[in-house]
Design a protein around this ligand. Structure first.
Ligand SMILES: Nc1nc2c(ncn2[C@@H]2O[C@H](COP(=O)(O)OP(=O)(O)OP(=O)(O)O)[C@@H](O)[C@H]2O)c(=O)[nH]1
Ligand SMILES: [Mg+2]
Length: 293
């Protein structure tokens, strides 16, 4: 079955599967290995993962090495961390400008709702009126209540109101869309810290899960950004967005290896349903061109 993720990763796969096929046809030589290495680096698997794969290919050079490569890739990926806790919690969606926070907040709220949870969206991007409009449209579309403020400047105050509303509604998941920020804006970074502190101090029964959206197209640069974020606030999970159409779909490997941030979801399009729980096997198979079995 051709799944959405398989389709979304077609550019990444074309490169990688193409390189493997060339190796199978032309044999494993220093030249073909170099070509494979280049392809894997271009697909953003990172140097460490790339050299690990090259070693597996060399070791299995006389036979069809694809299965061995697949098993190796599988073994170095992060654990699947997705779970839906029963206790109330707040999801803070953070990240650099334009990486897909607002879209992802809506996708996530929709997903939780589809799992039978009662959800509230909070518009804590208080800097731009347009940000709120965008979230309003999503909240109407998915039928999830939105808490926001036209006038409040302090996002922590909006979050406070949002959690109060969630308590009144018996909603156990609060999804917060925050403003885009760069790690170089110190004030904005400490504002994030304050948001988390406010929740933990004022709502003892809620836990906080901080998720960072990472635009897969930005490659290694986005890893650097995520690292800077984690200098201020603990990041519990990453959501890789815009995996559709990118040739850099190997970024999951470097994210795990270099930053130790597990990937929980993948964004694979602009629509509400273009969203998947990260699944190791499905991901690896989509990257190297095998079907799940
Ligand atoms: N193709 C594709 N586009 C996406 C995906 N996620 C978000 N987008 C698009 O990326 C653009 C930016 O998305 P937003 O959700 O507004 O990003 P943001 O991080 O909230 O942006 P700021 O609030 O300005 O920092 C929009 O055009 C989205 O439709 C995805 O998974 N795939
Ligand atoms: Mg936004």
């Amino acid at each position: 079955m051709v799944t959405k993720l398989f389709q979304a990763l077609s550019k990444t796969r074309n490169g990688i599967a193409g390189a493997f096929n060339t190796l199978l046809k032309q044999r494993v030589t220093p030249e073909t290995l170099e070509m494979l290495e280049e392809t894997l680096i271009t697909a953003d698997l990172g140097i460490y993962t790339t050299s690990g794969i090259i070693k597996v290919v060399e070791k299995n050079a006389t036979k069809n090495f694809i299965k061995a490569v697949r098993n190796h890739m599988f073994s170095i990926l992060p654990e699947e961390i997705h779970e839906l806790p029963d206790n109330p919690y707040v999801v803070l969606i953070v990240g650099v400008n334009g990486t897909g926070k607002t879209t992802t907040a809506a996708k996530l709220a929709h997903y939780y709702k589809s799992m039978g949870r009662s959800v509230i969206l909070v518009g804590a991007d208080t800097y731009r009126a347009a940000a709120l409009e965008q979230l309003k449209i999503w909240s109407n579309r998915i039928g999830v209540r939105l808490v926001s403020s036209q006038s409040a400047k302090d996002p922590s105050a909006v979050i406070y109101d949002g959690i109060k509303a969630a308590q009144n509604d018996d909603s156990n998941i609060v999804v917060v869309d925050t403003a885009g920020r760069l790690h170089t804006h110190k004030n904005l970074m400490t504002e994030l810290v304050k948001m988390k502190r406010t929740i933990l101090e004022k709502f003892k029964d809620y836990s906080v899960k901080t998720m960072i959206t990472i635009d897969a197209n930005l490659g290694q640069n986005s890893l650097f950004q995520a690292k800077e974020f984690s200098n201020y606030i603990d990041i519990d999970a990453a959501i890789l967005t815009k995996m559709d159409g990118t040739a850099k779909g190997g970024i999951v490997f470097s994210l795990n290896r270099d930053l130790n941030i597990p990937v929980e979801f993948l964004g694979i399009g602009e629509d509400i349903g273009d969203f998947e729980i990260f699944d190791q096997e499905h991901y690896v198979n989509s990257v190297i061109g095998m079907s799940d079995d």
